[in-house]
Design a binder for this molecule. Structure first.
Ligand code: PLP
Length: 373
């Protein structure tokens, strides 16, 4: 067999305004272009502490169990769901987007029985419907998505939904993949029991190490499980041996990704979390105004507009694929098409982290104007 002849790696420098990954700050790439150390090296052990503290800062939590899970957002999602859900648990999940459906699938694989609270794609859950679903099904766990990337919809009343769950003695899992570091989120003040996220969205770090935080109530349930979780790699009781006080080997942590995540989180802390939320509102607000001034329509109503992911209705008679292709080929900009129920109907424009800058949204609005002219 002949040796493969592949050229030097030269990825294009895109303006990343899709649903993630977002552009990465050069400082983060610099942190990843450093020597590797062992995952139990004393230097790395200190880095682990720092990353956990930085994660507590962005999640707004004092939760001891706060760690980056090795893998993409789906890994931290599966770590949260497959540890918390025990066979026979009833799990309430939303039907209003692609990632709610992924939650449902993971809860079922963990042995849970799922029931749904419905809302159309593009609309948030209604607290009255959540209350009714609790009265009808008495679920043990309620999972929902704060920022539904597939529809560009914000769930605006997270703490109210969490309160409903707690008044029924249920625990909550909140997907904050497209909100952490970009949209207001207070894990402790809102009483969220489990929250998972990803690095490549509003934190602007390459994917590979994904934030997860769990409070004591969630960990008590996990540590008193009657059966082991079905996965070994993501078993939090095992992982705690590495990320907790013992710092003993569980698996080889992606050291370089953790370095990158540390730098990305350090940038968040330097900017200040509240200023960062405000920047996303400001820059994405300018994008929304520009889009609407062109005569295009947002898909979500204003009280559920998600600044980190703008869903824009595809104008009648226009082919979404053509817009996406021309943006990449002529302007070097990535945005994305709709998924699932909204396939062909919306364009998804991310405004996340290091990509959420005025120059990017002005450039995109200009390019869209020329393409749609
Ligand atoms: N949840 C939401 C809301 C997401 O947007 C995504 C990814 O886009 C995920 C979960 C899964 O994350 P990943 O693709 O990093 O595995």
């Amino acid at each position: 067999m002949e040796e493969p002849n592949v050229g030097e790696l030269k990825p294009p420098e895109r303006v990343l305004l899709g649903p993630g990954p977002s552009n990465v700050h050069p400082r983060v790439l610099g942190a990843m272009n450093t020597s590797i150390v062992g995952h139990l090296d004393p230097y790395f052990v200190d880095i682990m502490d720092e990353v956990q503290d930085l994660l507590r800062y962005v999640f707004r939590t004092d939760n001891e169990w706060t760690l980056p899970v090795s893998g993409t957002g789906s890994a931290s999602m599966e770590a949260g769901i497959s540890n918390l859900v025990e066979p026979g648990d009833t799990v309430l999940v939303p039907s209003n987007g692609y990632f709610g459906a992924r939650m449902e699938s993971m809860a079922q694989r963990a042995g849970g029985e799922t029931v749904r609270v419905d809302a159309p794609w593009g609309e948030p859950l209604d607290a009255v419907d959540v209350q009714e679903a609790f009265n009808e099904h008495q679920p043990d766990i309620f999972g929902f998505v704060q920022a539904e990337t597939s529809t560009g919809t914000l769930q605006p009343d997270v703490s109210e939904l969490v309160d409903i769950a707690h008044s029924h003695d249920a625990l909550t899992i909140v997907d904050t993949v497209t909100s952490l570091g970009g949209v207001e989120l207070h894990v402790d003040d809102w009483g969220i029991d489990v929250s998972y996220s990803a690095a490549q969205k509003c934190i602007s770090c390459p994917p590979g190490a994904s934030p997860l935080t769990l409070n004591d109530d969630a960990m008590d349930k996990i540590l008193s499980r009657e059966t082991e979780p079905r996965c070994w790699y993501l078993d939090l009781a095992e992982l705690e041996d590495y990320w907790g006080d013992n710092r003993s080997y569980h698996h080889t942590a992606p050291v370089t990704n953790i370095f990158g995540l540390r730098e990305a989180l350090r940038i968040v802390a330097e900017e200040g979390i509240e200023e960062r939320w405000n920047r996303h509102l400001r820059v994405s607000g300018a994008l929304k105004s520009g889009i609407e001034a062109m005569g295009l329509e947002m898909n979500s109503r204003d009280d559920a507009w998600l600044p980190t992911l703008n869903a824009v209705r595809v104008p009648d008679g226009v082919d979404d694929d053509t817009i996406l292709r021309r943006l990449v080929e002529e302007y070097n900009i990535e945005i994305s098409a709709g998924l699932g129920d909204l396939e062909g109907e919306i364009l998804r424009i991310g405004c996340m982290g290091h990509s959420a800058r005025a120059q990017n949204v002005l450039y995109l609005v200009d390019a869209l104007g020329e393409i749609l002219d």
